[in-house]
Design a protein around this ligand. Structure first.
Ligand code: CA
Ligand code: CA
Ligand code: CA
Length: 405
């Protein structure tokens, strides 16, 4: 408020302690009015005419109206120097004259912050009450300071959920719109809430690794011993290991659909119809693994011989298990090697229980038996002709040991 000037500079501020400011004379009183004002004077005493001169005098800063604040210091009747902000308002720009122009800090996901802690600036304040969460925002942790920190619930197989139902928490909300499906995922049922529930189709002999729909595979990774020979991912890996002519072995591992790398022994008894053309012989064209024990049952005959067209040894590889654990019938072998058989009781490669066995031009190598490094005969007969033995060992040297070389 302006104070009417007097002939003296002794002004009495209305509020004790409020500064008396002597400055340029900027206005004149209405009564008594002495005009013109001396606007160049720097003191009332120097001003002319007087009395009746108003000095621009700040007697009570609270009289200066400032937005959302109380002025508590002034330099003249219209210049506020310092403000005390109202609750939830802040003088962020440090200009007292425009009051406290800033409100509570905004928080993510909320329509607004309606209450916050006191601070010098709004950025130093902490929101204590949010008006409401924005659409698709959720205050899962109940803390106003971080606003509505959670978005729509994520759904399986989708890049994100972009719209969801209103709820107290995100977990209670249901997704209504998904942004997009992730690669190789598909929203086949059109329900956003379960996301993109469909994946690539399953394909024979492999795993579909890329697809254009849940029913159309575009890339496949083949399982072991399976091959995508036709280049059509949608029918998977349709090719397997090659079949082996002759039937004495079957292919169990291969590097491609025409190249077998591992054979399983697939011996049949001599009366099997498939051996009619070879006189009952299993003609072995490749080394093989028994896979399971080969039993020659009573009354049956099994004959195995090397295919003469094959150069080098043809080996029946025991893989540290007995190859022929029970010969109760008749076993005939020609030209093959029996290797790496092992057993704690019987012969490392062969045990003749009650039948008979004959070996022609066979070799026994690196077998380890309980009783009989290579062959044990419990009863029955065995004959060897032009056979060789090397590296066979017996764990228990007893009388039933037939061969231990
Ligand atoms: Ca929150
Ligand atoms: Ca869906
Ligand atoms: Ca294929």
């Amino acid at each position: 408020m302006d104070i009417a000037g007097t002939t003296s500079e002794t002004f009495s501020p209305r509020s004790p302690g409020a500064p008396l400011v002597i400055g340029k004379i900027t206005s004149c009183s209405a009564s008594p009015l002495v005009a013109p004002c001396d606007t160049s004077a720097t003191s009332c005493a120097a001003a002319t005419p007087k009395p009746g001169v108003f000095c621009n005098y700040c007697s009570d800063p609270a009289d200066i109206s400032v937005a959302d604040a109380t002025c508590n210091a002034c330099s003249d009747s219209s210049t506020c120097l310092s403000v005390t902000c109202s609750a939830n308002k802040f003088d962020d720009d440090g200009q007292a004259n425009n009051g406290c122009e800033a409100g509570c800090p905004s928080v993510v996901g909320a329509t607004s912050c309606v209450a916050c802690s006191s601070a010098v600036t709004s950025s130093a304040s902490t929101c204590t009450t949010i008006a409401a969460c924005s659409i698709n925002g959720f205050d899962d942790d109940g803390q106003a300071s971080n606003g509505c920190e959670v978005g729509c619930p994520s759904v399986a197989g989708a890049t994100s959920c972009v719209a969801c139902s209103s709820a107290a928490t995100s977990s209670a909300s249901t997704c209504t719109t998904i942004a997009a499906c992730s690669t190789n995922k598909f929203d086949d049922d059109g329900q956003a809430n379960n996301g993109c529930e469909a994946g690539c189709p399953s394909v024979a002999g492999g795993t579909c690794t890329s697809c254009s729909s849940s029913s159309t595979c575009t890339a496949v990774t083949c399982s072991a011993n399976k091959f995508d020979d036709d280049g059509q991912a949608n029918n998977g890996c349709e090719a397997g290991c090659p079949s082996v002519a002759g039937g004495a072995v079957s292919c169990i591992a291969c590097s491609d659909a025409t190249t077998c790398t591992t054979f399983a022994c697939d011996f049949k008894f001599s009366d099997d119809a498939s051996l009619a053309s070879t006189g009952g012989w299993n003609v072995l064209s490749a080394s093989c693994y028994p896979g399971s024990f080969i039993s020659v049952t009573s009354g049956k005959t099994m004959k195995v011989k090397k295919d003469p067209s094959v150069s080098g040894a043809v080996v029946i590889e025991g893989q540290q298990r007995q190859i022929f654990p029970s010969v109760a019938g008749r076993l005939e072998m020609e030209g093959v090697m029996l290797s790496s058989g092992s057993d704690n009781q019987g012969g490392g490669a062969v045990t003749v229980n009650s039948g008979s066995a004959s070996f022609l031009e066979c070799s026994f190598t690196s077998n380890s038996g309980g009783q009989g490094g290579a062959v044990r005969v419990l009863s029955g007969g065995v004959s060897f002709e032009e056979c060789s033995f090397s590296g066979n060992t017996a764990k228990n040297d007893v009388s039933s040991l037939l061969l231990n070389s």
